[in-house]
Write a protein that binds this ligand. Structure first.
Ligand code: FES
Length: 104
């Protein structure tokens, strides 16, 4: 899946972007209100943020909450599907979903 964000100025729907800021592993990222955490990550250029037990990269696979490949921890809550959780201003995201696992 390749990330793509239509700029508000180019969007025929006339949407207005309300910016938000989250941190991912302590690194600040900006997004827009309504984006999922996966959307913010992908818009920043990241297409994977964890690894399977075999070491294969994992990020968004299904994008609809069915596969659990996109798990992250949000504000200390583990195993949150990044493709389903809307980013909120001030969210602290950790790509390590559980201690000692999912490191990337
Ligand atoms: S990408 Fe499949 S659950 Fe998130």
């Amino acid at each position: 899946m390749s990330p793509r964000l239509v700029r508000a100025a180019d969007d025929a729907t006339g949407r207005r972007d309300v910016p938000l800021r989250i941190t991912v592993d302590g690194v600040p990222l900006t997004g827009i209100e309504g984006q999922t955490i996966a959307g913010v990550l992908m818009a920043s250029g990241r297409t994977s943020w964890r690894e399977s037990p075999s070491g294969a990269p994992r990020g968004v696979f299904c994008g609809i909450g069915a596969c659990f490949d996109c798990l992250v921890a949000v504000n200390g809550v583990p195993d949150v599907r990044a493709c389903r959780r809307r980013a909120r201003d001030g969210d602290e995201v950790a790509t390590r979903s559980r201690a000692g696992r999912d490191a990337r």
